[in-house]
Ligand binder design. Sequence first.
Ligand SMILES: Nc1ncnc2c1ncn2[C@@H]1O[C@H](COP(=O)(O)OP(=O)(O)OP(=O)(O)O)[C@@H](O)[C@H]1O
Length: 235
Amino acid sequence: MTDGVVLDKVELRLGTKDFRFNCSLPAGAVTAVTGPSGSGKSTLLNLVAGFETPDRGHVLVGGEDVTHEHPSGRPVSLIFQDNNLFTHLDLFTNIGLGINPSLRLSADDRRAISKALQRVGLDGFEKRMPGTLSGGERQRAAFARALVRKKPVLLMDEPFAALDPGLRLSMAKLLLELHREVGNTVLIVTHDPDEVGRLADHAIFIDHGQILLQAPTTEFLARRDIPALAEFLSG
Ligand SMILES: Nc1ncnc2c1ncn2[C@@H]1O[C@H](COP(=O)(O)OP(=O)(O)OP(=O)(O)O)[C@@H](O)[C@H]1O
């Protein structure tokens, strides 16, 4: 098993909260990041993305030590619940920024943008402004941007939480299709045990800033010996 993301004895203090993360998440797999509210799920993603720097320990992505790498230099893409798009820029530009922040785009880049829009079901949406899109369409656009960036790791923080149940299912299906096509390493924060079962190969459970369990999904969903996890699983 190759490591996609490693947090090697990472320690971080934010305000009065202490986080200690030690884990090795497999490359090319979907790992669900779960835990009670305030347990440290977003903080773990922020450490991988580079929005937080550990006080101690190392963060490795694809075997490369990125602990002190600026977020823009890390081989990761991000999709959040919202705020994925710049509201004053059309979709073509929003997605182009994912390829090159100065928007110097080659003919190939331009074709890649249109192809990515097509792939996520937004064929011909290049000139649309984010404000004119539905929530599901905005998430599709965020997927298109992640696609053109071609980064080996995709970090998703509750990407579907704002969507209604039907849309959640179709976005989960799209995520899995794209994941199988590109073989990336996905970390997805979710509060929903059903989503863990639907999407993830592995899952971790965080409580009070520490990882209490890392296991393959089937084992994870069957465990009842950790009270906080049992509570999470019973919804
Ligand atoms: N910059 C900061 N300064 C002080 N405390 C912080 C900071 N960032 C996060 N925290 C605290 O650390 C804890 C973990 O936050 P985090 O956002 O990682 O939790 P979470 O598991 O993602 O929660 P939720 O499910 O509610 O989104 C919270 O109590 C939060 O208030």
